[in-house]
Write a protein that binds this ligand. Structure first.
Ligand code: N01
Length: 536
């Protein structure tokens, strides 16, 4: 066939729709038993997106925008998954996929110029192009805590949550991990469980979502405003219509500064990272935002000792993704909730009875792991991908991932990556970024076919320049100061490289458009499948 699309998350689904529409033959492969990607797997109670649903939705069909009704500002995971299912049905996307199937290897056959993909079902697929829409946060991390496998109770992971309802009523629950997932889940478990112990290694910044239901009136208003909302999102830094205050932190007086912070706080969640444009670039500006944040959070927590533990001190605000919560800090005012600071008392082991920190054993019936992902490279690293001369992607990326524009890799012709390293994807709105990349792939394949070309591949020089540019941009910000998954710091042994393109979605779109207008500058356009390269 022409294309194999790997992944039936939002990007993979759109890839099937878009590439099929231009007449390409294709097959999709998906590890889950149905569509949805991240929204299929992460079905823990409390899961929501931190981008407003109105914006975190497909833009490719204006009629779809008008037909679908979002019930609240930040829809829950079941509603987002229902939306994705609606899209899959509406455009008949499910029929393209082989579900419950993993790609184990993807090897370039240089003679034919075809990609040969082995599936864990034993089947083999062969295609001209391969599109990896495998997700940025899809390779689940389970930490190697001694004794984890000896625990006698239930072990759950937020990113592999059971399909059936999990009842915590009357149980003693331990939760490890206080990133976005753990922070969303905590208030819900606390309401149900007899006791909840939250094991926190690093405190995180979290801001209330300011979630609220849509009314007929707000729904009509956002539907009418869609064209403008999308226009702003496409040109913005973060893929949503919200932009920072137009002046820098210290260009305004104290009263205005506080007013801007207050307004951004009310807007909710991750948007606080961009109250002022210099907030994640300038230490002093960041400290102002941090101080405002600390005052707000302290006012939510009764016990100042607990508040001390919950306020981050190890990284500037916004340099890890700010979490978006619904009642997280207030949960620690409940009598059935305890916070254990793992910096003071680390986990020594897990026993059949529970978690031991020093002399104390926290007796538990359930352990919930909210311990995150091997982000951006993990899903591709799980597949044995081999390009020219048997070069392995894992090996090529051993010192950190290298791509050109996040879309392709030198020596891996006709292989496309959606929202991976070098793309602004994870710093923006993943649906809009996915659509952008897929449209580029579709346009590029059409261009190749129209010009009788066999393929496309980044030049090593262009790739090196892009990687350098991404690193340089990140180094000019405070983002590199945090031990975030953006920089690989959450996975022991992973090279410390800031992986996304941080120059903004709008700017990135301009760069890609300019590259295309300039005859695919930085790419080799291949006339034949086989290409001799001097260095081999
Ligand atoms: O994962 P994380 P996540 N012992 O990596 C801790 C998106 N997302 O699933 O920081 C003890 O952020 C780890 O501690 P530390 C969003 O982009 C979005 O929560 O390494 N603790 C940390 O606290 C997000 O950023 C939404 O010290 C251990 C936690 O586990 C991304 O997904 C919702 C440990 C992992 O936090 C990832 O979020 C959910 C150990 N051995 C996810 N190992 C929304 O849209 C790890 N930890 C709102």
């Amino acid at each position: 066939m022409d294309v194999v699309v790997v992944g039936a998350g939002v990007a993979g689904l759109y890839a099937v729709h878009r590439l099929r529409a231009q007449g390409l033959s294709l097959v999709g492969v998906e590890a889950g038993s149905d569509v949805g990607g991240t929204w299929y797997w992460n079905r823990y109670p409390g899961a929501r997106c931190d981008v407003e649903s109105v914006d975190y939705s497909f833009s490719f069909d204006p009629q779809l925008e008008q037909d679908w009704d979002w019930s609240e500002r930040y829809a829950t995971q079941p509603e987002i998954l229902a939306y994705i299912n609606h899209v899959a049905d509406r455009y008949d996307l499910r029929s393209a996929f082989r579900f419950a199937t993993r790609v184990t290897s993807a090897v370039l056959d240089e003679k034919s110029g075809r990609w040969v993909l082995a599936l864990d079902s034993g089947d083999v697929l062969c295609s001209r192009f391969v599109v990896f829409a495998t997700g940025s946060l899809s390779a689940v991390r389970t930490p190697a805590i001694p004794g984890l496998d000896t625990f006698a109770g239930r072990i759950l992971h937020t990113a592999m949550w059971p399909h059936e309802e999990v009842d915590f009523a009357g149980r003693r629950v331990g939760l490890i991990g206080t990133g976005s997932s753990g922070i969303q889940l905590t208030p819900i478990v606390a309401e149900q469980a007899a006791e909840l112990t939250v094991f926190q290694r690093t405190a995180n910044y979290s801001i209330p979502a300011s979630n609220r239901p849509h009314t007929d009136e707000t729904r009509a208003a956002y539907k009418a405003a869609y064209p403008e909302r999308r226009r702003l999102s496409m040109t913005s830094g973060g893929g949503s219509p919200h932009t920072p205050y137009p002046r820098r932190t210290f260009e305004v007086d104290e009263a205005v500064r506080q007013e801007v912070f207050e307004r951004q706080w009310e807007l909710g969640g991750v948007l606080f990272a961009k109250a002022f444009p210099d907030q994640t670039r300038d230490e002093a500006a960041n400290s102002e935002a941090r101080a405002f944040y600390e005052r707000k959070v302290r006012s939510l927590i009764h016990d100042p000792g607990v508040a001390d533990k919950l306020i981050p001190r190890d990284h500037p605000i916004g340099t890890k993704r700010i979490c978006t919560d619904s009642g997280y800090f207030e949960t620690f005012n409940r009598p059935n909730v305890e916070l254990v600071d793992l910096r003071a008392t680390p986990i020594d082991e897990i026993t059949p009875l529970g978690i031991r920190t020093g002399e104390r054993v926290h007796e538990l019936e359930d352990i919930v792991l909210a311990t995150g992902f091997d982000a951006l490279t993990g899903a591709l690293g799980a597949i044995d991908i081999q390009g020219r001369g048997g070069r392995e992607l894992r090996g090529e990326w051993a010192a950190g991932p290298t791509t050109y524009l996040g879309l392709g890799v030198a020596d891996f012709p006709n292989m496309f990556i959606i929202t991976g390293p070098g793309s602004p994807g994870v710093l923006t709105n993943m649906i809009l970024a996915g659509e952008h990349h897929v449209d580029w792939v579709g346009d590029t394949i059409a261009y190749l076919d129209e010009h009788g070309l066999a393929g496309i591949e980044p030049t090593p020089e262009a790739q090196e320049r892009w990687v350098h540019h991404c690193v340089e941009l990140a180094d000019s910000t405070l983002m590199v100061k945090a031990n975030s998954w953006y920089i690989g710091a959450n996975v022991p042994g992973k090279p410390r490289v800031f992986m996304p393109y941080i120059g903004g979605f709008g700017r990135y779109r301009e760069i890609v458009a300019d590259v295309v207008a300039d005859g695919y500058r930085g790419f080799d356009l291949l006339e034949a499948p086989v290409r001799e390269r001097l260095e081999y």
